[in-house]
Design a protein around this ligand. Structure first.
Ligand SMILES: [Zn+2]
Length: 373
C-alpha cells in the first residue's frame, strides 16, 4: 500500500502556510479598511461624498458597492498570490493570468449581486421591525442561502465551469447503483471541467431535490481508477443520504441568528463608542461588517467541528457503501502525496481551518474499518 511521503509533506506544509498567510493578510487588510472607514475623518468624508443621493435604496446600494470594491482592490494582491501565484509555484495550475483574472472579476460580480440583495433586505427589515429585525434577517438569510444552495448547480456553477454528461457507461452504472443503495435520487451525472483551472481532483453531489446532480471533476475521472472514483462518490453520496447540506444550512442559520441577536444587543454601545450612528444608518455599515466578521471568527471553530464530524461520517459510509477501504485509502494517500494535502497538522490548525479531518486521520480510520465480506 502507498504511504504518505514525508518529503512531500514538508512541501505540503509550505503550501498550506503560504496560502494561509496570504488569506490572513487579506482578512487583516479588510479589518484595517473597515476600522479606517469608521474614523471621524472618514465618516465626514463619506457623508459629504454621498450627500447628493437622497433615495435610501440607491444610497445603501452605492455605499455598499463602494466599500466592497475598495476592499477588493486593497486585497487583490493577496488574492493574486494566494489563488494564482502559489497555485502555479506548486504546480497545480496552468491557468493564464487573463483567465484567472476573468474568474476573479466574475466572482466579484456574483458576490456583489448577492451582497446587494442581502444589504437591502437587511435595511428594509430594520425599517419595518425595530426590535425583531435580527430574527427576520436570520430567517431571510436561511431562506436565501437554501435557495442559493438549490440554484447553485444550475445558476452559479455554470458561470465558472463547463459541464458535460459523463459518457463512461460502466462508471455511470456503478454510480447509479451506489446511489440507489444510498437511497438517493440523482437527476444527472455530470463531468465538470476543473482541469482548465486546477490539477486537483474534486467531486460533489450538489443541489437539493430537483437540482440534485453528481459532479465529477475531469481531474478525478482522468487520474483515478474506477474503484477509487466509486469510493470518492460514495463519500459524496453519504452527504446527500444523511442530509448533511440541509443540516449545515440549519447550523449556519442558527449561528447567524445568534450573531445577529448579539449585534442587536451590542450595537447601541458600539455606536456610542465609535460615534457612527445607529444600525439603520448606512455609514455604520463598516461597524456592522466588522462586528459580524469578529463573531464569525469566534463561531467558526464550532461550525468547522460539526463539518468535520459530518465528513467523518461520510468517510465511514464511503468505505461501507463502496466496500473498498483500500481504494478510499489510496485516494487519500494520493491527496497527500500528489496534491499536497497537509496530512497531519497541529490540533490548533485543524480546529481553526479544517472543514475535513486531516488525511492521516481519514486513512487511519479507514484502515481500522471492519472488512467487508
Ligand atoms: Zn465530504
Amino acid at each position: 500500500m502507498k504511504l504518505i511521503n514525508n518529503e512531500k509533506q514538508k512541501k505540503a506544509k509550505r503550501y498550506f502556510f503560504s496560502k494561509l498567510y496570504f488569506e490572513t493578510f487579506a482578512s487583516l487588510t479588510a479589518v484595517v479598511l473597515l476600522f479606517l472607514l469608521l474614523t471621524p475623518y472618514a465618516q465626514n468624508l463619506q457623508r459629504n461624498l454621498f450627500s447628493a443621493i437622497e433615495l435610501p435604496l440607491i444610497l445603501r446600494s452605492i455605499y455598499f458597492a463602494a466599500v466592497f470594491l475598495l476592499m477588493k482592490i486593497l486585497t487583490f494582491v493577496f488574492s493574486y498570490f494566494e489563488g494564482f501565484r502559489t497555485e502555479h509555484k506548486f504546480g497545480f495550475s496552468k491557468q493564464t493570468f487573463g483567465k484567472w483574472a476573468c474568474d476573479y472579476i466574475k466572482s466579484f460580480f456574483v458576490s456583489l449581486v448577492i451582497g446587494l440583495i442581502a444589504i437591502n433586505v437587511f435595511y428594509y427589515l430594520i425599517g419595518i421591525s425595530e426590535n425583531l429585525w435580527w430574527l427576520w434577517t436570520s430567517v431571510f438569510i436561511f431562506i436565501f442561502t437554501s435557495l442559493l444552495q438549490r440554484l447553485a448547480p444550475v445558476l452559479l456553477i455554470p458561470i465558472f465551469y463547463r459541464l458535460e454528461p459523463v459518457e463512461d457507461d460502466d462508471l455511470k452504472q456503478s454510480l447509479i447503483c451506489m446511489a440507489a443503495k444510498a437511497g438517493t435520487k440523482i437527476v444527472e451525472i455530470l463531468k465538470i471541467f476543473l482541469g482548465d483551472k486546477t490539477k486537483k481532483p474534486n467531486a460533489a453531489v450538489t443541489g437539493l431535490g430537483k437540482t440534485r446532480r453528481m459532479l465529477l471533476g475531469d481531474t478525478l475521472i482522468e487520474n483515478y481508477e474506477p474503484g477509487e472514483i466509486q469510493a470518492v462518490m460514495a463519500h459524496e453520496l453519504s452527504h446527500s443520504m444523511r442530509s448533511h447540506i440541509p443540516k449545515l444550512l440549519f447550523i449556519d442559520g442558527f449561528i447567524s441568528l445568534v450573531s445577529l441577536y448579539i449585534l442587536f444587543r451590542a450595537f447601541p454601545l458600539i455606536s456610542r463608542v465609535l460615534q457612527v450612528g445607529q444600525v439603520d444608518i448606512v455609514y455604520s455599515l463598516p461597524a456592522v461588517m466588522l462586528f459580524l466578521g469578529i463573531l464569525n471568527f469566534i463561531f467558526k471553530p464550532f461550525a468547522l467541528m460539526l463539518s468535520r464530524s459530518f465528513e467523518k461520517q461520510a468517510d465511514r459510509d464511503a468505505v461501507e457503501l463502496s466496500g473498498m477501504p483500500e481504494k478510499f485509502i489510496s485516494v487519500m494517500t494520493s491527496f497527500a502525496n500528489d496534491y499536497l494535502s497537509y496530512a497531519a497538522p497541529p490540533k490548533m490548525i485543524k480546529w481553526l481551518y479544517y472543514t475535513h479531518p486531516p488525511v492521516e486521520e481519514r486513512i487511519l480510520r479507514a484502515q481500522s474499518a471492519p472488512e467487508n465480506p
